[in-house]
Design a protein around this ligand. Structure first.
Ligand SMILES: Cc1cc2nc3c(=O)[nH]c(=O)nc-3n(C[C@H](O)[C@H](O)[C@H](O)COP(=O)(O)O)c2cc1C
Length: 336
């Protein structure tokens, strides 16, 4: 294939999209400018913000970049009892931060159709998505505008379904990956290298390996196992151009191997991040996206107060190998 690499890339590194702060236009532009594929994590952005962020990338580089969205997924409306339990669990965190008691007030859903329209208008080189599948019409609309499409799989059956949908490449996300799990079927939290090898044997779609890739050796290994590209998130979290907050950076710098956990506490969807008071204290979260809306005030107040103990500190299992530096320096480390 490597049409994606040939068409877009000089170096086989994709900056993982990182919605919610770390993934700035500056970071995406710096990676694209240095010959990788930068990604904008746009899942929490409004359509206007997506257009603005895309324009900001284009002011900084002529290189190709990807925009990433969360594919729509069936959401289960929580019961009153579940809301009561979830708010009760969150209440001590709110009183500690001097916030009024938690309440599920904001509209939780994102308008995916409007986000996708913004992407069609922006026309980035690539639209990548996670959490599910796109419809045939959505795939067709992207194709008509010459936008390459990348889906995310955590296992072989998901990779097969994405191939049947006609994606141009598939991210195979191993269990070590930082951030949200991208699948929609049962997640086996596979070893990244083993999943890459198995997927290379069962689909023909070009693969982008992700999860715990922190060194040039890690990248070489997944390429040898059959991936066309390597997608790295945690490795770029401490980049100068990243929007990672100061308390988040400090927690990453202090993290040791084994400090990450899988948690639903912040968003209601399973994600990997550093263990803290919230991952330890919340056991009955609402389903996604309701828990995400419910915990937003706590996370905002925590960020303002510099409190890493109440922030979602997404990070992969390789976190202890992360380094500070410019995005270009970090890219040089991954692909010398
Ligand atoms: C802070 C953070 C935010 C993330 N946000 C997204 C996102 O918005 N969309 C997405 O597809 N993946 C997201 N991911 C997952 C990455 O795409 C990728 O699977 C992961 O970073 C790879 O593992 P690594 O962090 O060990 O490199 C995120 C990861 C991190 C660390």
């Amino acid at each position: 294939m490597p049409s994606i690499m040939q068409r877009l890339n000089l170096r086989p590194i994709v900056l993982a999209p990182m919605a919610g702060g770390p993934g700035t236009p500056e970071l995406a532009a710096a990676v694209s400018h240095a010959g990788g594929l930068g990604s904008l994590g746009a899942a929490y952005l409004t359509p206007a913000q997506i257009l603005e962020a895309g324009a900001a990338v284009r002011r900084l580089t002529r290189g190709p970049f990807a925009v990433n969205l969360f594919a729509p997924q069936p959401s289960v409306q929580p019961t009153e009892l579940e809301v009561e339990q979830a708010t009760a669990e969150l209440a001590p965190f709110h009183s500690d931060l001097g916030l009024p008691p938690p309440a599920l007030t904001t509209q939780a859903d994102i308008d995916f159709g409007a986000q996708l329209d913004a992407v069609l208008e922006l026309r980035p080189a690539v639209l990548s998505f996670t959490f599910g599948r796109l419809t045939a019409r959505q795939m067709e609309a992207l194709r008509e505008r010459g936008i390459l499409v990348i889906g995310t799989a955590t296992g072989l059956e998901e990779a097969r379904q994405l191939e049947a949908d006609g994606v141009d490449a598939t991210v195979v996300q191993g269990g070590a990956a930082g951030g949200h799990r991208g699948g929609w079927l049962e997640d086996e939290l596979a070893d990244t290298l083993a999943l890459t090898r198995a997927a290379a044997g069962s689909v023909r779609t070009p693969l982008i390996a992700a999860g715990g890739l922190m060194t040039a050796g890690d990248v070489r290994a997944v390429l040898e196992a059959g991936a066309s590209l390597a997608q790295c998130g945690t490795a770029f979290l401490r980049a100068t151009e990243a929007g990672t907050s100061a308390p988040y950076r400090a927690a990453l710098a202090a993290a040791k191997a084994g400090d990450t956990v899988l948690t639903r506490a912040f968003s209601g969807r399973t994600a990997r991040g550093l263990r803290n008071a919230v991952t330890e204290g919340i056991g009955q979260p609402l389903p996604y996206p309701f828990q995400n809306a419910l915990t937003r005030p706590m996370r905002a107040a925590g960020a303002a107060a510099g409190r890493a103990d109440v922030l979602s500190l997404w990070a992969g299992e390789g976190v202890a190998q992360g380094q500070e530096g410019s995005a270009a320096q970090i890219l040089d480390g991954l692909w010398p």
